[in-house]
Design a protein around this ligand. Sequence first.
Ligand code: TRP
Length: 451
Amino acid sequence: MANNKTGFSSSFGVVMAAAGSAVGLGNIWRFPYICGQYGGAASLIVYLLFVFLIGMVLLMTEFVIGRRSGYAPEKAFPALAPKRPSWKLVGLFGMFTCFLILAIYLVISGWTLGYFWESMTGTLASIADDGFADHFASFAASTWKPVLFLVVFLVFTLLIILGGVQKGIEQVSKLLMPILLVLVIALCVRSLTLPGASKGLDYLFHPNFALLTWKGILAILGQALFSLSVGMGAMIVYGSYIPRDSNILKSATWITVCDVAIAVLAGVAIFPAVFAAGQDPAGGPGLVYQVLPVVFNSMGTVGTVFAVLFFLLLSLAALTSAISLLETLTAWLADKGMKRNLAAVLVSVAVAVLAIFVAYSFSGGPLSYITLGGMNIFDWVDKLTGSYLPPIGALFTVIFLGWVMKKEDIHDELSNHGVLEISWFRVFYYFLVRFVAPAALLVALLADLLT
Ligand code: TRP
């Protein structure tokens, strides 16, 4: 099929780029506080189930759709089902989701970059323990700081996209992902050797099922999908860059393992330290910006080093995900005939405008007075992108694979045209794709509507 684009150069490149997409703020910023809110290990167990049974199935589904068609989502669906052109709406829905995610992502990445800067300049180290909540509030509500940092972050992202799929995205991911792993392990080691660390591990690994509500289950499902970057077409785009001879099952397994490992390691790096410093583990979205700095300050001078490393870790994790988001939107417009670089710049400008709105609407900001149902724009975008839109996109994507695409085509794609022995195909297709994944997604969405 139509595939004369440059893709990734090897399976290793595929795994690094896609793991780069998957591992992001979701793993380090969102996962620990969701885990904290919904019962520690109780949510971890549900999370693992969702990630492997639904998330990874979706990842393989998107890879098949992407590589088979060679297109970004809007064209990919109709290319594989020429008699059902309206499936392109699922692709467009995904682009909408990606656009919203990129906007809120830039805001949080901007905060992170700002905190990285302040950890280097010593600003964070000079704040008293009880001053971090105020510091974060005034940082996020400032009219220029969040905007400045989000624009800087976006420019980095754009430059990498302009570098191209192989020389930009793939190279940067191959460099950053190993660095990320080393950073997170170093933070774990420090955290685990703090006095009282075991309480944090207990919190993370000891299940409290009383806190696991239906709302929680939907949030965890949303998180499992969000974390693997599935349900919005991003992995269809990366799928279209997978070399013909790469093993999709193997790549998807590695990507999922990396994603889960980094999320759990982030929890191990964060909770023991939070307990050791006597802070509240259910700190919500502010955990990383209000609670962790107290933890770092309690460590003395090494704390400064760890603060720098931590915010660097978070910025780099965010960068490889932002790259994937911007690439998805760029590839979509490029598929429609626009020049690639022009598309990248246009998307960047448009998303910067939205991101500034979102930043200003965060609690305490100049636009935070605009609310709907008690939530401001920031909270809405966070809710939509974190809990609602990915499961809807995922539901239709997996229905497409299971009930619209030809079974023979899927088998052909997953087996690399008959080269690979894929004895697991029947389980994947007749069990997971056709029934388990759609049913679970549907139940979770309905349960949320009804409760
Ligand atoms: N997976 C990313 C994270 O965990 C966030 C994300 C969701 C994403 N959807 C995406 C990244 C699409 C790239 C593309 O932080």
